[in-house]
Design a protein around this ligand. Structure first.
Ligand code: SF4
Ligand code: SF4
Length: 322
């Protein structure tokens, strides 16, 4: 435990508030849980943790709230924060539809996965004041064979001034099989980030937190299908690759007998491209690489239409040794 650690922000109740915004399956929840564990076990902090779960299958937005306070601070409120000091946005394209500037405190720190400049992101977010840090976490994750959550979490830990060696030790212990990839992503994040700090120059006001909906949801006005509101956000047309394993099945059209079995097991049926009643291939933007379709695709005299692309993909999804 560290007696020397000081939180960079505190609200009136003594909390430093953090919001992670991501799409289901991108590991925001895992990263936030690990962050919370780190804060409690290694930096002598206390606090609260709340997660909303987004559907990985449907690519639904999710958010996770972490509230840190010094150990011994009386906890006088519960639930997710509505006044973040830190916003960690895994996807820049979520900022507008989800109005992620709602509730952000003055002089907040915003970490965004984006290839844009901090100035451009400030305008997208309509940030009153604070520091915007941009990093191309998608590229870092792809190049290091890690997940999106690693570079994003690395950047947040850096801004929280958590001892990086302690953080890396915990990350390596938590996911030993991918420790090398995760640590590479960790190091690349801080090195490749761009930042700018903005004063309250009158360009954008502080925006208080309000729920998206002005009216209560009931059976008369709930969205079709009940649970997923696609009117504000949809993953259609967007690259969702990083929520998968990074491997995609190999498809041999000549061997396909159009049995449709792959459709019955697919984690995200949008990944299977069917045209005029025929299976034509895999959409890598949506495929999670779970290989369930490979497992169920029948072998017959023409062969097997869906196959493992490489021994590593087979090892990852079946546990078989390479
Ligand atoms: S690997 Fe197959 S079953 Fe899994 S998401 Fe991709 S297409 Fe669907
Ligand atoms: S399970 Fe295999 S053979 Fe059957 S439709 Fe899918 S790809 Fe074709």
């Amino acid at each position: 435990m560290s007696q020397d650690y000081r939180l960079p922000y505190k609200d009136d109740l003594g909390f430093c508030n953090i919001i992670f915004s991501a799409i289901g399956g991108e590991g925001a929840n895992m990263a936030a849980k690990l962050l919370f564990k780190l804060g409690v076990e290694m930096f002598d902090l206390d606090g609260g943790y709340d997660a909303k779960y987004g559907s990985e299958k449907k690519g639904t937005p999710t958010d996770v709230s972490v509230r840190f306070c010094d150990y011994g601070t009386p906890v006088r409120s519960a639930g997710p924060t509505t006044q973040p000091h830190f916003l960690v946005a895994f996807r820049e394209f979520l900022i507008r539809p989800l109005s992620l500037n709602r509730g952000l405190q003055a002089n907040a720190t915003v970490i965004v996965n984006s290839t844009k400049s901090p100035e451009e992101v400030r305008d997208i977010l309509q940030l009153n004041s604070g520091t915007v840090i941009c990093l191309d976490a998608t590229d870092i994750a792809a190049k290091t064979h890690s997940r999106l959550n690693m570079p994003m979490m690395a950047m947040l830990c850096y801004e929280l001034k958590f001892d990086p060696e302690k953080v890396k030790e915990k990350v390596a212990k938590q996911w030993p099989k991918v420790a090398q990839a995760n640590l590479a992503a960790f190091d690349a994040a801080v090195a490749q980030s761009k930042r700018a700090t903005f004063k309250d120059d009158g360009k954008y006001p502080l925006v208080s937190f309000t729920e998206h909906r002005d009216e209560r949801i009931g059976y008369l006005n709930m969205p079709e299908g009940g649970a997923i509101d696609a009117t504000r956000f949809s993953t259609i047309g967007k690259n969702n690759r990083l929520s998968g394993t990074g491997f995609f099945p190999k498809f041999e059209q000549a061997s396909c007998i159009t049995c449709g079995m792959c459709m019955t097991v697919c984690s995200d049926p949008g990944s299977l491209k069917w045209v005029d009643g025929k299976m034509t291939g895999i959409d890598e933007n949506y495929c999670k690489g779970c290989m369930r379709c490979v497992a169920i695709c029948p072998s017959h005299k023409k062969g097997k239409a869906l196959q493992f692309p490489c021994p590593e993909a087979e090892a990852l999804t079946t546990g078989k040794k390479v």
